[in-house]
Write a protein of this length. Structure first.
Length: 340
């Protein structure tokens, strides 16, 4: 026989807290139905005894696992971190656990992860953007798994979204910077194939050029992975070409910081020799020198509202209602008027 003591039970917690087992169950399953002093006694007993609830019976009863899956394109930089943190915090408030996977911007990997999360009983899924095969949406519909998109907004998309208009946001940034007199413009972007966010940002920049009397065809775009080193190398390619730009738009702040490093390695001053902009307004944008002109994305608000919407879709079996959030341009020291 084992010398290890048996794990504490629900009865043990009830005796330690001086309440019934039914009250302990309510504290675990529906804490709002129990007074605060009682909850505190039960929580204290759980911690003292080291009790771990077994929710299997609860899952069987309500046919839910109280887990939500999120599949993000990358964990290698901070683009999604703040929004995902707020998403997790709000889910926890509603009693859900978050499972996170990364697809490395690979459609096949994302599909595998979707199917794995569904197989593990995820009650709902958060996906980034819209670009994926319709067959995957059909599969999720057949499985009756609610799915919500974030980091993009399109009222006509196949699934509801809590996000922002990437095209409009980049158009606003480009318009404001072009107003300073720049005419030679280039862009460092993420790969736009199967990435609607990157594609919309390129389109937004081109629209702004047309609206400001320039040709959209004159926007030279280099597509690379979201990586500081690749941003630096792409910047060097642009600056050693025949038509050196005075303004380099970047698809996000990570690429922009890479471009700034590339400028330093070429002995160029930002913004005196070249202006650089980013997109996202992650913390990195504020700590580099000079601070980065960028588009502020409401990451935490997006994560919190996405969690609320997905929980509503799960619990009330609604179709979900999309919501467009506002982004705005943040002008900092990485942009100046071009030298004549």
């Amino acid at each position: 026989m084992s010398d290890h003591p048996a794990p504490p039970t629900l009865d043990d917690v009830a005796r330690a807290a001086g309440v019934s087992t039914a009250t302990v169950s309510r504290c675990l399953n529906d804490p709002k139905m129990v007074s605060a002093p009682t909850r505190e006694r039960v929580d204290s007993a759980i911690k003292t005894l080291g009790y771990t609830p077994n929710f299997a019976a609860r899952f069987m009863a309500v046919q839910r696992t109280f887990t939500v899956g999120a599949i993000i394109p990358t964990m290698e930089n901070a683009i999604f971190a703040r929004g995902l943190q707020a998403f997790q915090e709000e889910l926890h408030h509603h009693g859900y656990t978050l499972l996170v996977s990364s697809s490395a911007y690979q459609a096949e990997a994302e599909e595998e992860q979707v199917r794995a999360l569904v197989a593990r009983g995820a009650d709902g899924l958060l996906l980034i953007g819209y670009d994926r095969d319709q067959a995957l949406y059909d599969y999720l519909q057949r499985q009756r798994v609610p799915v919500l998109a974030a980091w993009s907004f399109d009222p006509d998309a196949a699934i509801p979204s809590i996000g922002f208009d990437n095209r409009s946001a980049m158009r606003a940034l480009t318009t404001q910077v072009l107003g300073m007199g720049h005419t030679r413009v280039a862009m460092i972007s993420a790969h736009s194939a199967e990435n609607d966010r990157a594609r919309m940002r390129i389109e937004g920049a081109r629209i702004a050029m047309e609206q400001n009397g320039l040709s959209a065809d004159d926007l030279y775009v280099v597509e690379v992975s979201y990586d500081i080193n690749e941003g630096a190398e792409a910047f060097k390619t642009l600056m050693t070409g025949p038509n050196r730009p005075s303004l380099v738009l970047c698809g996000n702040d990570v690429l922009a910081v890479g471009a700034m490093r590339g400028a330093a390695e070429l002995g160029l001053s930002v913004p005196d020799d070249v202006s650089i902009t980013g997109f996202d307004d992650i913390e990195l944008a504020q700590v580099v020198t000079p601070a980065l002109t960028t588009v502020h994305v409401p990451h935490r608000q997006m994560g919190r509202l996405a969690a609320q919407q997905l929980v509503d879709m799960i619990e009330n079996k609604t179709d979900g209602v999309g919501k467009e959030l506002e982004s705005h341009v943040v002008m900092r020291g990485s942009v100046a008027e071009p030298r004549s």
